[in-house]
Design a protein around this ligand. Structure first.
Ligand code: SAH
Ligand code: SF4
Length: 362
C-alpha cells in the first residue's frame, strides 16, 4: 500500500508456491502460508504458529502486511456500516459498506477513488477521478470487513463491486481481486456471490467473461440510446445494441443470470412506455431486474418517483415475466446507499487532491 514491498494480500496460491520455491522452501510451507492467509485470515505472520521463526521473519521482511486503515465507521439503524478507509499516508479516502441481512452479510467494495464516467445521477461521478485502487486495497476492504463481522458471529457471504468507481475501468486489479476471492485456492467464495457492477464497458465485459465467471450487474437505467446517453455518457461509446450482444456472450460463457440495475428517476425513465421498452430490450437474455428508487443528494436535478408510479412500473415487468423487486438501499441515514458514496469524505478530509478532469473511459 504505502510501502514498495509487494503486499501479501495480493498473492495467489500460485504466487506463494513460486515464492516458496525461490526461497528454497518445501511445497508444504506454501500450503501452510496459504492456509493462514486465506482460511485463518491472519494479519501478520507472527500469528502463524506452525511456521518456524526464520520463515516468519522473512515473510515480514519480504512483504507488506498492511491493510487499509479505518478512519471512521458509521452504523445505520438498518444494519449497514459505512467504513471510511485510507491506505498508509495517502490522503484520498475510499469507502466500503457492510450490509447485514437476516441470512446473509454483504460487502459493497470500492474499486477506484472517484470515477471517470460522470453519470448524471451519481454522486461519485460528480467527484471526478482520483486514482485506481490496487488489488491489495480491494482485498483489504474484504479482510477488514470480515474482521468486523466475525466478532458478531457472521461471515461476509456476498461481495458486490458497487462502491466508489467503475470496476471495469480498473480491470487488471479488479480481475485479480475477483480471482483471489472466488478461487478454491483463495478465499473460496462462490462465483455467484461475487458481483461486478458496471455501467457497460463492453470490451472489459468480454474480457471478464474470459478471465472470471463471476456474477455481473449492469447499470442500465434506460431502455433507449437517446435517454441512456443523456443519463450516462458511456452509452455514446457503447450503445445498447453493442451492450446487449456483450451481455448475451457473457451469459453464454459463464451461465450467469445477469442482474439489471434500473434506478427509477421521476418523469425521466419511470413510465409504462420505458417499462415496455425495457422488456423488449431484455428479450432473449436471462435477467433479473432490481428497481432502485433514486437516492437523492444535494444539487441533484432528479427526484424519486411516488411509490404508486414505481409499483406500476414493477407490475408491468412482473406480468411480462420479470419479477423486479424495488430495492430500497440500506444505509441512507449514513449516506452509505448507492450513489451516495464518498463525496463527503473527500471534501471533509482531503483538501489536497485536486479534482481531475472528467475523462471518458478508453
Ligand atoms: N460504477 C459501477 C458500480 C458503482 S455504482 C456501476 O455504475 O455499476 C453502483 C450502483 O449505484 C449502480 O447501479 C449505480 O447506477 C447506482 N447509483 C448511482 N447513483 C445512484 C443514486 N443516486 N441512487 C441510486 N442508485 C445509484
Ligand atoms: Fe461511475 Fe458507476 Fe457512478 Fe456511473 S454510476 S459515475 S459508472 S460509479
Amino acid at each position: 500500500m504505502s510501502t514498495t514491498l509487494p503486499n501479501a494480500m495480493e498473492l495467489s496460491k500460485e504466487d506463494w508456491l513460486q515464492h516458496s520455491q525461490a526461497k528454497g522452501l518445501p511445497k508444504f510451507r506454501a500450503n501452510q502460508i496459504c492456509e493462514w492467509i486465506f482460511d485463518k485470515k491472519i494479519s501478520t505472520p507472527t500469528e502463524a504458529s506452525n511456521l518456524p521463526g526464520a520463515i516468519k521473519s522473512s515473510l515480514i521482511q519480504d512483504f507488506s502486511w498492511e491493510k487499509p486503515k479505518v478512519i471512521s465507521r458509521l452504523d445505520s439503524e438498518d444494519g449497514a456500516s459505512k467504513l471510511l478507509l485510507r491506505s498508509g499516508e495517502r490522503l484520498q479516502t475510499y469507502e466500503a459498506v457492510i450490509l447485514r441481512y437476516e441470512n446473509r452479510t454483504s460487502l459493497c467494495v470500492s474499486s477506484q477513488v472517484g470515477c471517470k464516467l460522470a453519470c448524471t445521477f451519481c454522486q461519485t461521478g460528480k467527484l471526478g477521478f482520483f486514482r485506481n485502487l490496487n488489488t491489495a486495497e480491494i482485498i483489504g476492504q474484504y479482510r477488514i470487513a470480515e474482521d468486523i463481522v466475525r466478532s458478531e458471529g457472521r461471515r461476509i457471504s456476498h461481495i458486490v463491486f458497487m462502491g466508489m468507481g467503475e470496476p471495469l475501468d480498473n480491470f487488471t486489479a479488479v480481475s485479480k481481486a475477483v480471482k483471489l476471492l472466488t478461487s478454491a485456492d483463495g478465499y473460496g467464495l462462490s462465483q455467484r456471490r461475487v458481483t461486478v457492477s458496471t455501467s457497460g464497458l463492453v470490451p472489459q465485459i468480454k474480457q471478464l467473461g474470459v478471465e472470471n465467471k463471476c456474477a455481473l450487474a449492469i447499470s442500465l437505467h434506460a431502455p433507449t440510446d437517446e435517454l441512456r446517453s443523456k443519463l450516462m455518457p458511456i452509452n455514446r461509446k457503447y450503445p445498447l445494441a453493442t451492450l446487449k450482444q456483450a451481455l448475451c456472450e457473457y451469459q453464454a460463457q459463464t451461465g450467469q443470470v445477469i442482474t439489471i440495475e434500473y434506478i427509477l428517476l421521476e418523469e425521466q425513465n419511470d413510465s409504462l412506455k420505458e417499462a415496455k421498452q425495457l422488456v423488449k430490450y431484455l428479450h432473449g437474455l436471462r435477467a433479473k431486474i432490481n428497481l432502485i428508487p433514486f437516492n437523492t443528494h444535494p444539487g441533484s436535478p432528479f427526484l424519486r418517483p411516488q411509490i404508486k408510479r414505481m409499483e406500476s412500473f414493477q407490475k408491468y415487468l412482473s406480468t411480462r415475466g420479470y419479477p423486479a423487486p424495488i430495492r430500497y438501499s440500506k444505509g441512507l441515514g449514513v449516506s452509505a446507499a448507492c450513489g451516495q458514496l464518498a463525496a463527503k469524505s473527500q471534501h471533509n478530509l482531503d483538501s489536497k487532491p485536486q479534482r481531475q478532469n472528467v475523462l471518458h473511459a478508453q
